[in-house]
Design a protein. Structure first.
Length: 252
């Protein structure tokens, strides 16, 4: 299956291990590219929150539509990261209402204080701006990177983003997850989220929050694939097998 934004076409990676990594899955990329038109990007300021490219990114597909600015932020350096910034510090880092488009793929399940991250993405978005989010639902395996906290269902997303105009809300057709596209209305008033409970990976039930101690003591269930993956060199775990294969194929 292919998704197209402008002239650039994205092909699914053939590496089966990519399905288990904490990455921007092909279905996520397809959702973003199918939901964003070149007219929504051209000349606009775009922010990607959680932008480190582990094994796939929407960035090249968005940049080919010629945004005025594309900024990728993450908590650590790596491919696709322009600036180091925690999702909870976006407004302090950039200022309020600085971006026309905010994209976040496969991030929210990893953020302990999800309410703060969501509020920051809303606040850094200009009125009339577009927010695209993909995240995981219950049934998707633990993929700590470095942590894994939450699972979101469509009803959760509908409640969390009730203060925005939701244009598209759908389940990931290939694995447990949910996708959202919404617009920030004029006169935005943030919704109260303090009573929203999400499914907690750590507690294995819905919870309002998890403590630092719970997060520190949590041990993900053992899997053979996860164990073997941890034995691989950091370069491969970070960038995948493809750069290494390309390098080997170039050798005489």
């Amino acid at each position: 299956m292919k998704a197209q934004l402008g002239r650039l076409v994205y092909d699914r990676p053939s590496d089966p291990e990519s399905r288990r990594r904490p990455v921007c899955h092909p279905s996520c990329i397809e959702f973003v590219t199918s939901q964003l038109s070149p007219q929504e990007i051209r000349g606009m300021d775009v922010l990607e929150v959680g932008s480190r490219d582990v094994n796939g990114s929407v960035r090249p597909l968005v940049e080919q539509a010629h945004p005025a600015r594309y900024v990728g932020v993450d908590i650590e350096e790596g491919p696709g990261v322009d600036e180091i910034c925690d999702a909870s510090d976006l407004v302090a880092h950039f200022g309020p209402e600085q971006f026309d488009v905010v994209v976040s793929t496969e991030l929210l399940e990893h953020v302990q204080d999800w309410r703060q991250a969501v509020r920051q993405m809303k606040d850094v978005l200009r009125p009339g701006g577009t927010l695209l989010i993909t995240t995981r639902s219950k049934g998707f395996g633990v993929h700590a990177y470095p942590h894994d906290y939450w699972r979101y269902e469509p009803d959760d997303m509908r409640r969390i983003f009730s203060d925005l105009k939701i244009e598209s809300l759908e389940r990931d057709p290939t694995r447990p997850g949910v996708f959202l596209k919404a617009h920030k209305p004029p006169g935005f008033e943030p919704a109260r989220l303090d009573d929203v409970a999400l499914y907690s990976i750590i507690r294995e039930r819905r919870a309002l929050d998890v403590t630092e101690e719970e997060a520190r003591k949590f041990k993900p269930p053992f899997t053979v694939i996860g164990f073997l993956w941890g034995l691989l060199p950091e370069q491969i775990r970070t960038n995948g097998f493809r750069p290494l294969l390309r390098q080997l194929l170039r050798k005489p």
